[in-house]
Design a protein around this ligand. Structure first.
Ligand code: CA
Length: 737
């Protein structure tokens, strides 16, 4: 068909008449809205260049839908009247759909998202945002109160979206902080850019689902996302073993700083990803890792790693065993990996051949490890597990001595190192082409996130508050606890304190007696202290006497109730006596309920006698989903006499590999007539690291250890067993480590 020139002109006029009015009906508008009704009205007919401004103040339960079509260079904007002064709280969320949108300068705080996402780049499966940007948004502690209930704080859908200069911190419930969702319908070739964000502290979740960033899922991982993640900070991102979980191909991770974060950057699924010019600074914190390599054609080059203490899955480098033709959700064999010009300094372990087992039985192949620099004192961090004949080594330098087993491929070379102006260490005499480039400079912390919201908000902690003196008497302590402020220390004088209510805590508190003399606590309720979310407790220089507690089964000095969602708390009992906790059966000192998780439970220089239950009962997670009740338990310089149950019952079931704990350290302590009721003086299942050093077991039940997951260690040194069976364990007991 031929169309005449006049026909084309008529068509253009007709098109102009139907499309142009929206764009030319007036200049771009700035629409200040003060409530949801005004918001709905303003957003009903937005034009390119329009800006909707939320008035300063707290927007409670605001469910914002922002749907518009901007144009390239003329986005439709949603912003705050003043950055930091618009607070979305309660059950607020924000969903975007359209083209060329820009959202900025909002704060989500003091609440949680009512649905599965706080900030979503889609309204529904069919209405998504593309070519859109979210910048300068803060999401602070916006966690669902049920820590087992999952959500994502930010979900990117569509394509060509940018998420930059945002601050996300304090997620405590299950679910990835920021996720790129991709499938045929949501878009596979995403080309998103995630940059200059500050991913602040995310505490240990104690299960899978604590990732800070995930790109894709295993289902669509064989396609490329082409997402770029660059110049971000990940600081204190301790949620689980994966800080970043890459589950798609063709992505670039460049110029990010991983600062004091537990876990590692994991190339979990998808191939052909590039990890370059990132800086990993562990500060020797436990479980700080580097990069974990799985799948084909991954390139890890020009990165810098320092002070990483992680091992195994969280090693400073971990190249995994996989399976040939692995199912998409399992471990694909490493092939054509290129690992070159990286620097590792003072890092505990570089592991080649991680995770070899019956399923993961295919060694890395056609791969290359070249021109890397390893500086590590007298240790040999480079460790081989299995067959590494498929990795070619060339030009690597290790100072001062080379790990054994890499003839020619790793050369010993004593190097003097200096800290350059970049903050990173480099050889005093340059080694051209070996190690991370000398111009590698980590992006400054002040250049990520926003300038108008703190990155160092003072969080409540034990002993950070004032000291308040408390006199002996009936419920004097009860009243003092009720009036306490976060982190306060209650200093008791010598004398007897009777407590007739359960002392419920939702903030850190220290209760301590005089260092010389005696402060004695008696309580008439089944529980002395109950720990709610936000609580931590330190007891020092006290006598706790259970003789007045009711004659009921299941009393406890400290209880963390099932379903309370109390997590990341600390309990310390120091230089104290615990007596007469035997009025009925099952009287525990510390009882941790299902769904709760301690960061640390420690007893130091404690004398406990006549306890009918357990000293530390952390064994409520019996559904074997990989969760547990305490990350770390420490017993130091203590004496236990006539204890009915185990001194520690610590349970971690299931085969999930997403966590590091639990760990137990028992040293210089004495057990007499302990554990008859539980047939164990220490009952440990699925514990990952156990150290028993310098203890005496006398007329007590056995230490019992059962393997559940991973490659746990059980080290026993200088213990004596009299009238007590030897350690019962299904893994070898090591004498030293
Ligand atoms: Ca995970």
């Amino acid at each position: 068909m031929r169309v005449s020139a006049s026909g084309v002109l008529a068509l253009l006029i007709w098109l102009g008449a139907t499309i142009a009015p929206a764009a030319s009906a007036g200049p771009a508008r700035t629409l200040l809205v003060r409530d949801m009704a005004q918001y709905q009205q303003a957003t009903a007919s937005l034009r390119p260049g329009d800006t909707v401004v939320l008035a300063d103040g707290t927007w409670r339960d605001a469910r914002l839908v922002f749907k518009a079509r901007g144009q390239d260079g003329q986005p439709v904007r949603l912003t705050a009247q003043t950055p930091g002064k618009v607070i979305l709280s309660g059950q607020s969320d924000l969903r975007l759909a359209g083209e060329h949108l820009e959202v900025s300068n909002l704060v989500f705080r003091d609440g949680w998202a009512p649905g599965g996402e706080a900030l979503s780049f889609r309204i529904s499966r069919s209405e998504r945002a593309n070519h859109s940007r979210v910048t300068g948004v803060v999401i602070d502690g916006y966690s669902k109160p049920d820590r087992g209930e999952a959500d994502h704080w930010v979900a990117l859908y569509g394509h060509d979206n940018r998420f930059d200069h945002n601050q996300l911190l304090g997620k405590t419930n299950r679910g990835t902080t920021l996720v790129v969702v991709r499938d045929e319908e949501q878009g596979l070739d995403n080309r998103h850019r995630i940059d200059h964000n500050w991913f602040g502290p995310r505490p240990n979740l104690g299960s899978n689902g604590g990732e800070t960033l995930r790109v894709g899922t295993s289902h669509d991982s064989l396609s490329d996302s082409h997402t770029v993640v660059e110049d971000n900070w990940f600081e204190g991102c301790d949620g689980e073993v994966e800080i970043v979980s890459n589950k798609s191909g063709g992505n670039i991770y460049r110029g990010n700083v991983f600062f004091h974060s537990r876990g590692s950057m994991v190339l979990r699924h998808g191939s052909g990803n590039l990890v370059e010019r990132n800086v990993f600074l562990g500060g020797s914190k436990a479980h700080t890792g580097g990069v974990r390599v799985i799948n084909a054609r991954q390139t890890i080059r020009d990165n810098y790693f320092e002070g990483l203490d992680g091992q195994n899955f969280a090693a400073a480098l971990s190249v995994m065993y996989g399976a040939v033709d692995a199912p998409k959700n399992r471990y694909a064999q490493v092939e054509h990996a290129v690992i070159e010009r990286n620097t590792w300094i003072a890092s505990r372990q570089l592991l080649l051949g991680t995770g070899m087992d019956d399923e993961r039985n295919a060694a890395p192949k056609d791969s290359r490890f070249a021109n890397n620099l390893i500086v590590n004192g007298q240790d040999n961090p480079l460790v081989v597990q299995g067959d590494i004949s498929g990795i070619a080594f060339a030009g690597n330098v290790q100072s001062p001595i080379a790990s054994p087993g890499f003839p020619d491929g790793v050369v010993a070379h004593t190097l003097a190192m200096t800290r350059a102006a970049t903050g990173l260490q480099v050889p005093s005499t340059p080694l051209p082409g070996i190690g991370a480039p000398r111009d590698l400079t980590p992006i400054a912390r002040e250049d990520v996130g926003v300038t108008w919201y703190p990155k160092d908000a003072a969080r409540a902690a034990l002993d950070r508050g004032r000291t308040e003196s408390v006199a002996p008497g009936d419920d004097t302590l009860t009243r003092a606890v009720q009036a306490a402020t976060p982190g306060q220390r209650l200093q008791l004088r010598a004398g007897r304190y009777t407590v007739n209510e359960v002392l419920a805590l939702s903030q850190p508190l220290t209760v301590q007696g005089p260092a010389q003399g005696a402060a004695e606590l008696q309580f008439s309720r089944p529980v002395l202290f109950e720990l709610l979310p936000g609580a931590s407790l330190r007891l020092a220089h006290l006598t706790v006497d259970g003789a007045q507690a009711p004659d009921e089964a299941g009393n406890a000095v400290i209880r963390i109730a099932p379903g309370a969602n109390t997590a990341n708390y600390t309990v310390l009992i120091e230089d104290s006596r615990l007596v007469h906790l035997d009025g009925n059966r099952g009287f525990d000192v510390i009882n941790a309920g299902k769904g709760t998780m301690a960061d640390l439970i420690a007893l130091r220089h404690v004398l406990a006698s006549d306890v009918s239950g357990r000293i530390v009962s952390a064994a409520a997670e019996t559904d074997d989903g990989g969760t547990y009740n305490a990350e770390r338990v420490e017993i130091v310089g203590s004496q236990f006499t006539r204890i009915g149950g185990a001194v520690v019952d610590l349970y971690r079931g299931g085969t999930d590999e997403s966590t590091f704990g639990p760990a137990l350290d028992v040293r210089d302590s004495t057990f007499r007539q302990v554990g008859r009721r539980d047939d164990a003086s220490l009952r440990l299942r699925g514990v990952q690291h156990v150290q028993l050093v310098g203890n005496t077991f006398d007329d007590s039940a056995a230490v019992r250890f059962t393997h559940a997951v991973g490659t746990p260690t059980l080290v026993a040194t200088r213990n004596t067993f009299a009238g007590t069976p030897a350690i019962q364990s299904d893994i070898p007991v090591e004498a030293t480590r």
